[in-house]
Ligand binder design. Structure first.
Ligand SMILES: [Zn+2]
Length: 57
């Protein structure tokens, strides 16, 4: 007699993206201008990203 054992494999889907350590930082404000918290570069209030280091909130 043959006993067949079937093991169902658990399929784990790693769909989770760990955002651990990812902090949302905003612009620093200095004299009505935006200051990049990364490199300290000053930009106009309409700036959407740092033209110096490429940082963006
Ligand atoms: Zn910067």
């Amino acid at each position: 007699m043959a006993t067949s054992e079937q093991h169902s494999a658990d399929e784990l889907f790693d769909e989770f993206l760990e955002d651990r350590g990812h902090e949302t930082r905003g612009w620093e404000e200095s004299y009505n201008k935006k200051q990049c918290p990364d490199c300290g570069g000053l930009h106009e209030a309409t700036a959407v990203e740092c033209s110096v280091c490429g940082w963006r909130p």
